[in-house]
Design a protein around this ligand. Structure first.
Ligand code: SF4
Length: 457
């Protein structure tokens, strides 16, 4: 489905005359970040200017996430805070979009407790956003309703990236996996792959506009193409086609599912000159029994086998992962299995979470005997292990030379510039303003827990 904003001209005059501005508050994952870039594109095509300040903006859009429970409290807190402004000031509008709004109980709560919100939209309803905005701004008509997830992919939605040299491109939406703790398949629907020609066209345009690094995005990127009925084209085909695009020099992807990480993708990574030597491979747990309870469909051994194959393909590959600590009834032995995998893989980056119950998921119905204190204590042990491992991993990099995209000035030290190695390690180094957006050879000179220092050679 091609996105057409037939409301753009109708509303633009009003927006420009009143100098309307917007702020987007994005919660959650990179898919949401990418959707927020599209909302920016739509709003700016209608004349809005970005403000990035809730207190000063006319339109505040919350792009919500429902993976963690505290996100709900954050949203309701923000809405409560903005109530007075919305009710007293003219030309102030509140919009709530994203995963949370796919849940009926959230919608009911907004209707009853926050009726001053102007627009609520689900995850696949971008095409009706301009019309809803038109109604809200020019006709003072609210729209807080449940909008079912359609299966159609909305193409050609205008998009604005904050970054000038790296961009994320969604390749697949939704998820078929139903991990027992996860709400995503219920709020983002089943897997729908974008057509390769649409993805490649977008990336070619980005390359023409000077973008050097592309992140291919999806809940489960390596099931890309499984839903095509008319063509035989999968994730490894896509990676090879993106590799051919002139101007793109770094390709990353997020997230692959271990159960779908097949040899053909490993072979493509091995032979690629552009695919980053960093793989984000969500582990979740190192215990085969817990993985079974989680419905992850791989074992500890199968996970380690993929890591071994990737390390064999290129020993410079580094790994990052997601780990959930304290899944219902996780035993001490099962937790130790997780620590064992962490030691074996030597992850460079771990996103660690304490299991949090999500209403509507299978795991939420399990009676849990693990206490909150035990869960916190396990998380602390995992953190300690990781922080003990990291300096040794970093030390091994000193003296190595990496191709680094100069992203901009360091936020913490204005004499330095910042970029990332292929392994996704943040590195700071001295450079010139003119180097921003260029790929430079950087030699690592020292390590600091969360970043490396280097020099251009
Ligand atoms: S693969 Fe599992 S954890 Fe990831 S989005 Fe799908 S259901 Fe959720």
């Amino acid at each position: 489905m091609r996105f057409v904003n037939s409301y753009s001209d109708k509303i633009k005059k009003y927006v420009i005359e009143n100098n309307l501005t917007y702020t987007i508050d994005t919660m959650g994952c990179q898919m949401n970040e990418n959707d927020s870039n599209k909302y920016s594109g739509i709003l700016e095509s209608m004349g809005f200017k970005r403000e990035n300040n809730e207190k000063k903006s006319n339109l505040i859009l919350f792009n919500t996430c429902c993976v963690r429970e505290n996100a709900e409290n954050t949203l309701f807190g923000r809405l409560g805070y903005l109530k007075n402004r919305r009710l007293k000031e003219e030309n102030v509008f509140l919009v709530v979009v994203g995963c949370m709004t796919q849940q009926k109980h959230i919608l009911e709560k907004i209707k009853i407790s926050y009726p001053f919100v102007d627009i609520v939209l689900g995850t696949s309803a971008m095409s009706i956003f301009p019309q809803k905005l038109y109604d809200a701004i020019l006709n003072h008509k609210k729209s807080i309703e449940y909008i079912d997830i359609g299966n159609e992919i909305e193409e050609e939605v205008p998009i604005i990236y904050e970054d000038k040299y790296k961009a994320s491109v969604s390749i697949i939406y939704g998820c078929n996996n139903f991990c027992s703790y996860c709400i995503v398949p219920y709020v983002r629907g089943r897997e729908r792959s974008r057509r390769p020609e649409d993805i490649l066209k977008d990336i070619k345009t980005l390359a023409k506009n000077g973008y050097k690094e592309i992140m291919l995005l999806g809940q489960n990127v390596n099931s890309y193409g499984n839903d095509f009925k008319d063509i035989d084209y999968n994730f490894s085909d896509l990676l090879q086609d993106v590799e051919k695009i002139e101007g793109i020099e770094i390709i990353r992807f997020m997230s692959p599912h271990p159960k779908d990480f097949k040899d053909d993708v490993i072979e493509v990574i091995k032979n690629s000159k552009k695919i980053a030597r960093q793989i984000h491979l969500p582990l979740q747990s190192g215990s085969t029994n817990i993985l079974k309870q989680m419905n992850r469909k791989y074992s500890k051994e199968q996970y380690l086998e993929i890591v071994e194959k990737l390390k064999k393909a290129d020993p410079s590959i580094s790994f990052s992962t997601d780990i959930i600590v304290g899944f219902p009834n996780e035993t001490e032995e099962e937790f130790l299995e997780t620590l064992d995998v962490v030691k074996k893989v030597q992850f460079d980056q771990i996103y660690m979470f304490i299991y949090s119950k999500r209403k509507g998921t299978r795991a939420a119905t399990i009676e849990d005997k693990v206490t909150a204190e035990e869960k916190v204590e396990r998380l602390e042990r995992l953190k300690k292990l990781y922080e003990k491992m990291l300096p040794d991993l970093n030390k091994k990099l000193i003296g190595n030379k990496y191709k680094v995209l100069v992203e901009g000035k360091s936020k913490n030290n204005e004499n330095f510039f910042t970029g990332r190695t292929s392994q996704n390690k943040v590195v700071i180094f001295k450079a010139e303003k003119e180097d921003i957006g260029k790929i430079k050879d950087v030699k690592i000179t020292s390590e600091h827990l969360w970043y490396l220092k280097g020099e251009i050679v």
